[in-house]
Design a protein around this ligand. Sequence first.
Ligand code: MLT
Length: 390
Amino acid sequence: MKPAVRMEKIPPYLFLELDRLVERETAQGHDIINLGIGDPDQPTPGWIVEAMKTALDRSANHRYPNYLGSLPFRQAISRMYRTRFGVALDAASETVALIGSKEGIAHMIWAFAGPGDIVLVPDPAYPVYSTQTILSGAEPYLMPLTVDQGFLPNLQAIPNDVRRRATMLWLNYPNNPTGAVAPREFLAEAVAFCRDHDILLCSDAAYAEIGYDGYTAPSVLEIDGAKDVAIEFYSLSKPFNMTGWRIGAAVGNALAVGALGTMKSNIDSGAFTAVQDAAVAALDGNPQAFFGEMNRMYRERRDLAVTALHDMGFQVPLPKSTFYIWFPTPFGLSSAQASRFFVENAQVVVTPGSAYGPQGEGWLRISLTIDTLRLAAGLARMKAAMQSKS
Ligand code: MLT
C-alpha cells in the first residue's frame, strides 16, 4: 500500500509540522511560547456565539446544507460588500459560501488550472497556492516579492510565454507573510494585466479587516471592471476570531464563482447551516466597533514586537495591516537554522520564512495572535538568546 505519486510532490503542511514540534517540546517539559501560526487568541464575540446557540436549536439546520451556501448567508455577504467596499454583488450568481477560505482557494485552483497551465503565485506566499497548483498538474510561476518593491510583484517582468499559459494570478493583500499592503494603483494594474491576458485574478482578502494608523484595506472588486476578471476570497476567521468555525465566501466574477460551486458540490456538501446563520449575525452585527477594538489590541502588540526587534538589532518593515511581523534572520542563519535557534535557546516558535517560498529564505515571521504579556515574554527570551550568542 502506498500513497499516490502526486503526494511525493508536496511537503507536509507547515503548521502541522510546527504543532508537532510544540507537542514534542511541551512533552519534554519545556514552556514553549508559540509565535508561529496566525490564529487569534481572543474569543469569538458573544453575539455570534449566542446566534450559533439559537441556530443549533433549529432542526432544519441539522440536514444537508445548501451546496452553495444559504441564501441568507449569501445575501449577508453581499450586503457587507456593498456597505464596506461599495461593491454590488448578485447573491445568487456572484457569491458562494466556503468551509473556510483555504478550502475555496484549493478548489478554485482545481477548477481553473491543470496540466499545461501556469498559475502565477507570489513568493513568499501562503503555501496553499503553490501546493494545490502542483497537485492539479499545473505549474506555479513564482513572482518574487522583495522588500525594495514593497513586497508587490512586478507584473511587467512576467515573460510573454508565461503570460500566454497562465490561467490564474494570485494576490494576497494585506499580505501574509510580509504584512505589506497594496496601493489601489497596483490593484488596478493587476486587473488590467488580467484583462489583457485573459487570466482569472484571485484575491485572497483574509486580512482585509486588520489595519493600523488609519489604514483600511480596499477590495480588488472596487476597481472598475474587476468583476470581469476577478474573484475574491473573504474569510470570517481572522476578523471575527472564528478560525475554528470554518466559514468564508468567494465573491465576484460569475463564471469563476459558478466553476468553484460546481467543483465544491462534487466534493463537499456545504458549510454547516448553523455556522452560516451565526456568520449572518457576525456580518450584520455592526462589526466596525468590534474591529476598532481588535485593531487597537493588535497595534499595541505590533508596536511592542517591532520595538523589541529593533532593540535586538533587526531591520523590521512596520506593517500597516495583518498580525504578522516579517524580519530577517540573525547571524546570517538560514530561516530553518534561525527558527531552530529560537526553539532551542529561547523556547520560542517563530515561523521560518523559507516555508513560504524561496524568497522567504533569510526571513522569519512572528504572529501577534498571542496574549500581550506572553508575547512580551517571548520577545524577552529571544533577546536573551541573541545576547548569549553574540
Ligand atoms: C498563517 O499563520 O499563515 C495562517 O493562519 C495559516 C492558515 O491559515 O492555515
